[in-house]
Ligand binder design. Structure first.
Ligand SMILES: Nc1ncnc2c1ncn2[C@@H]1O[C@H](COP(=O)(O)OP(=O)(O)OP(=O)(O)O)[C@@H](O)[C@H]1O
Length: 257
């Protein structure tokens, strides 16, 4: 079991989390404390369970057939797997941004307004919510004059910032990023990285990344996963400059993975 991080106020507390896809035991007794208003990076070789773990944090694995989960995941002190949790409300509180930008096939404005409308924001307030979300997503200046045009006409990087803005529009507490830059060029990537570092002032961020430099640049804490276990978890500086575990050192120095 990994040492839970002690320090900042904990936003996400995971204890003894086990997950099976059918017979495949994909997460082994994972425990971790993820601090509020910070960026936590999940790194590790392909297939080690990073995305699986990330998806446990907003119960996206509920949608996977034959998936079984044991253990507890508390967000803001409340077990998100308890019976009285409304999963739609949970996914509003814990937003997610995926590897490939996935705007809805509708206008920029409607992409952002979609969630707030579903969650009951009054019509008169929608324009303000849209503008705020696009500003927070560092996209407003680029799209203010073309809000009614299709989101699919935006560049890949702009689409990804739109997806981030769409997540922000429903006022989440936590944002999960699953390799958000892997489909983007270096300039778009650095814009998203800057945005993530800005967003952590208001939100708790957990990011899966294959890009070690990215983890080192933007995260405060890093967890190294290997075959379904957290091998090491700590301050990013310590993990990258002075890893305590041999497999962590081997991975970050490129000896495997
Ligand atoms: N929907 C699913 N159904 C069945 N098995 C799955 C599913 N998703 C993941 N797995 C399995 O769970 C294990 C962990 O996969 P996961 O995608 O979480 O790893 P990862 O570290 O995120 O990998 P990558 O870096 O390649 O995205 C793998 O053995 C994978 O095959």
């Amino acid at each position: 079991m990994s040492e839970p991080n002690k320090g900042n106020h904990t936003e996400i507390e995971v204890r003894g989390l086990n997950l099976w896809y059918g017979e495949n035991h994909a997460l082994h007794d994972v425990s971790i404390d993820i601090p509020k208003n910070s960026v936590t990076a999940l790194i590790g070789p392909s297939g080690c369970g990073k995305s699986t773990f990330l998806r446990c944090l907003n119960r996206m694995n509920d949608l996977v057939k034959n998936c079984r989960i044991q253990g507890s995941v508390k967000i803001d002190n409340k077990d998100i797997y308890s019976k009285d949790i409304d999963v739609v409300d949970l996914r509003k509180r814990v937003g997610m941004v995926f590897q490939k930008p996935n705007p809805f096939p509708m206008s920029i404005q409607d992409n952002i307004a979609y969630g707030p409308k579903i969650h009951g924001v009054a019509k008169k307030d929608i324009d303000g919510v849209v503008e705020d979300a696009l500003r927070s997503g560092a996209l407003w200046e680029e799209v203010a004059e073309r809000l009614t045009t299709s989101a699919l006409d935006l560049s890949g990087g702009q689409q990804q910032r739109l997806c981030i803005a769409r997540t922000l529009a429903v006022r989440p507490e936590v944002i999960l990023f699953d390799e958000p830059c892997s489909a983007l060029d270096p300039i778009s990537t650095s814009k998203i990285e800057e945005l993530i570092m800005e967003l952590k002032k208001k939100y708790t961020i957990v990011i899966v990344t294959h890009n070690m430099q990215q983890a080192a640049r933007i995260s405060d804490h890093t967890a190294f996963f290997l075959t379904g276990d957290i091998i090491e978890y700590g301050k990013t500086e310590q993990i990258f400059e002075n890893p305590k575990m041999k497999p962590t050192e081997d991975y970050i120095t490129g000896r495997f993975g």
